[in-house]
Design a protein around this ligand. Structure first.
Ligand code: GLC
Length: 802
């Protein structure tokens, strides 16, 4: 069963059936102001921190047929009275003649036809603005004229999102709405929590005259609240009650009479939802967005923003699904994870103090550095501010207040308070930034460490380079009995939480990879001693790892505090983990024969037709000594599920050893585009990577969840572009080192890099997977595979033969 299709010309995915197995969403705006819109027009919007400044109430746990956050009613006057329906299908669930939700870049557009009325509604946040625009066009398709009313509705939440659910006396006692009457029948309805009436006022308004409104949910639904969203009784009255709520569940519904519309006539209503300090001062900007021309321009600007963002890299390979992902949807998802981290989705509700993850954002940023290096650097600077003096990092932080904490490690008194991997990821983020931009001065920038004195001031500053060196030293100084880094509370796999003094193979290899990056930087800076030191660190860890961790057919994953191996053939459960095989290849720790064997074991023991399982077989029961992984049934999430983030590292490892066919097989089997014909099984959006798919130990093998906010986005983009296509920025130039399926005849790509455009053609009539035989740049053959940095604003023609 198909529910829609990709339209690459408009860079949209078009949903054609609203009855999807789960809601599919799209993001509008950013963390400053924005949120998501679902495919039936519901939305969750926040300004700043979703935990403490939420505007709209959206409860994903309610049935999909329920009202969520926002909707629109259209009312027509028939002979026997009023008939109303929502052009978004939900919440009235009428039969439709046409239903399309265009999931675009930064906007969603719902086009529908019900009862001979066509609605075309575009929903977005103008670039760098702080309001949601709903641009509503209504057209009479009937052959008779019809009297049409348009009633957009929003439902507010208390700004403290958790309080909304926790205190059902205080919250409703504080919620109020007020009308601001303007010229020409225009009205703006404000809504606020009483304590913020002069500081943070939500508002909802439109560019058409409003004859009446409603702000109290009970009155809108009617029958003392026993009316429903599917059939609000107040809509049988000519007018709403224009009541300004003094308490209770606040909504805003605006009654617009468009009047008699002749056949073929179209009318437009533009609504705005925002939040400001003072509604009088906001009037000018509200008026600006009431003007149709300005709104058209704002939408055009949004499109230009995305065109520019995507112009960094464009590829043409023989695989259309690969192109669809790499040219449009994967870089878009990277932008979303960079902005939203793990904050707000249908699955991560942004309640409480979750904030941004240090490890998560350090990886997310890798996915956008080619497209928006400035914004990437800003995020990296924030991350460095939550690194501690000892080199380790706080696990998560609030990007608005910059207050950080230790994440789940706070919940276990008997466990270490740091995560053994966090601080190492920032080394990758900085080195990738340097390689993309050449901005080596960044290394000299002074940034405070997180530790504060009693006045809340930083105890110490250090240059970016010092921050990186401390990250390395922290791991160097915190090793266990086999010479491997200590686990801390957890490593990348958040859910294995062993008692203190356990060792982590993942941390060993991430450290190894971070050391390679530090060596690149040190050598480029001519810091010979430093490069040599890191080379020694690398050698030492490589030896310790190979001495202790080879299990015969694969590498083990952890040692517990008593030196027992986990992820070994001697275990009953979780005998083998994919990360313990892929990462030693990435760190260059794996000896050649072991690399081959262990990657073969991944294929043999962990691969399925729907992706690679994180480990196998799954634990089957809770064990507090092992931790979160044992809370899942076998086959779910980290417990033997197909965790996509880790699939990508296996792809990268295969390209490093030159196995282009297998890398591509792995890529393809989890490319969401390929799931479009199998949505009844997969269920989630086919235009973004989900975090997890249930593994083959689970009866619902193939079911995806936790779409959008996953580190998979950033790494999948890197795997496709830097490792499969092999277009890899370095300090010396643009490396071209593809590892493609042998069947491909080649590919083309255009890459912007260091103020020049590289138009690349790779010819593979020899049907190889890896190895460039000749490389010609602007008509001249060059040795090796590093294309020079030109920095001249010009196009350079690159032709490579494999
Ligand atoms: C989640 C977390 C991430 C962690 C991963 C694996 O995606 O956000 O930090 O690495 O799970 O446990």
């Amino acid at each position: 069963m198909r529910y829609g299709y990709f339209d690459n010309a408009s860079k949209e995915y078009i949903i054609t059936d609203p009855k999807l197995p789960v809601k599919w969403i799209n993001y509008v705006g950013g963390l400053d102001f924005g949120g998501f819109v679902d495919h039936t027009g519901g939305s969750l919007i926040c300004k700043g921190d979703p935990a403490i400044n939420r505007i709209i109430k959206y409860i994903p746990q309610l049935p999909d047929s329920d009202f969520k956050g926002e909707t629109l009613y259209i009312r027509i006057k028939e002979n026997d009275g009023y008939k109303f329906f929502s052009p978004f299908y939900v919440p009235t669930l009428d039969n439709y003649d046409l239903y399309e939700c265009h999931v675009g870049l930064g906007y969603s557009r719902i086009i529908s036809e019900f009862y001979g009325i066509r609605a075309d509604v575009t929903i977005y946040v103008p670039h760098k603005s702080d309001r949601v625009i709903r641009d509503i066009k209504i057209k009479n398709l009937r052959n008779k004229s019809v009297d049409i009313d348009v009633i957009p509705v929003v439902e507010y939440t208390h700004f403290d999102a958790l309080k909304q659910f926790d205190n059902n006396d205080w919250v409703p006692q504080t919620m109020q709405s007020k009308a601001v009457y303007e010229e020409n029948g225009l009205i703006t309805i404000t809504q606020f929590a009483f304590m913020r009436k002069n500081s943070a006022v939500n508002y909802f308004t439109s560019n058409n005259s409003v004859s009446s409104f409603e702000t109290d949910r009970r009155r809108f639904l009617g029958n003392n609240g026993y009316g429903t969203w599917a059939c609000p009784i107040s809509l049988y009255n000519d007018e709403l009650s224009s009541y300004e709520a003094l308490r209770g569940d606040n909504i805003c519904a605006l009654m617009h009479h468009l009047g008699q519309m002749d056949p073929g006539v179209e009318k437009r209503v533009i609504t705005q939802l925002g939040q400001c300090e003072n509604i009088k001062e906001e009037k000018e900007i509200i008026d600006y967005y009431r003007n149709e021309k300005n709104v058209d321009k704002a939408f055009g600007d949004l499109k230009s923003f995305w065109d520019k963002y995507l112009s960094t890299l464009h590829v043409e390979t023989p695989d259309e699904d690969f192109n669809t992902m790499v040219n449009i949807h994967n870089p878009r998802q990277c932008y979303i994870t960079k902005n939203w981290s793990r904050y707000l989705s249908l699955y991560q509700m942004g309640l409480g103090s979750r904030g941004m993850g240090f490890r998560d954002s350090s990886q997310d940023v890798l996915g956008i550095l080619g497209n928006m290096p400035e914004e990437g650097r800003e995020l990296i600077e924030k991350l460095l501010q939550v690194q501690k003096i000892d080199g380790s990092a706080m696990h998560q932080f609030n990007p608005v207040t910059m207050v950080a904490d230790e994440g789940d490690a706070r919940e276990r008194q008997d466990r270490p308070k740091y995560y053994g991997d966090d601080h190492l990821w920032i080394v990758l983020a900085v080195s990738t930034y340097l390689k993309e931009t050449g901005d080596m001065d960044f290394l000299n920038l002074n940034i405070p460490f997180y530790d504060k004195n009693k006045d809340g001031l930083p105890l110490e500053n250090g240059t970016v380079m010092e921050h990186l060196q401390r990250a390395i030293e922290f791991t160097h100084n915190n090793i266990g009995q086999h010479g491997l880094p200590l686990l801390g509370f957890a490593d990348w796999n958040d859910t294995v939480n062993l008692p203190a003094r356990a060792e982590s193979v993942f941390n060993a290899n991430l450290y190894g990879y971070a050391l390679l990056e530090m060596m690149d930087i040190a050598r480029y800076l001519n810091e010979v001693e430093l490069a040599r030191k890191y080379q020694n660190y690398h050698e030492t860890m490589k030896n310790a790892f190979n001495d202790a961790c080879w299990d015969g057919e694969w590498y083990i994953r952890y040692f517990d505090k008593d030196g027992n191996a986990l992820g070994s053939r001697n275990n009953d459960k979780c005998k083998i983990y994919v990360n313990a095989q892929s990462w030693p290849v990435i760190s260059r720790f794996a000896l050649a024969d072991r690399a081959k064997k262990s990657l073969g074991s991944v294929y043999k023991y962990l691969n399925t037709s729907k992706g690679i399982k994180l480990s196998a077989p799954g634990y089957n029961g809770y064990d507090p000594d092992i931790g979160g992984i044992t809370t899942y049934p076998p086959g779910a999430k980290e417990n033997g599920g197909i965790f996509l983030h880790a699939n990508i590292w296996a792809i990268i490892a295969e390209t490093i050893v030159g196995n282009g066919d297998r890398a591509y097989e792995y890529y393809n089997q989890i490319n969401p585009v390929t799931k479009n014909n199998n949505i009844d099984e997969f269920e989630c959006e086919p235009y973004v990577y989900p975090q997890n798919i249930l593994g083959d130990e689970h009866p619902q093998f193939g079911l995806a969840r936790n779409s959008w906010l996953s580190g998979t986005a950033s790494w999948a983009y890197q795997a496709a572009t830097r490792y499969i296509l092999g277009i890899l920025p370095s300090l010396e130039g643009l490396i071209l080192d593809p590892c493609i399926p042998a069947q491909w005849n080649g590919f083309r790509a255009t890459r912007k890099f260091r103020n020049a455009i590289y138009t690349i053609e790779v010819v593979n009539t020899a049907h190889m997977s890896k190895g460039i035989k000749t490389l010609v740049v602007d008509g001249k053959e060059i040795r090796g595979n590093v294309i020079p940095i030109y920095d001249d604003g010009n196009e350079h023609i690159v032709r490579a033969i494999m």
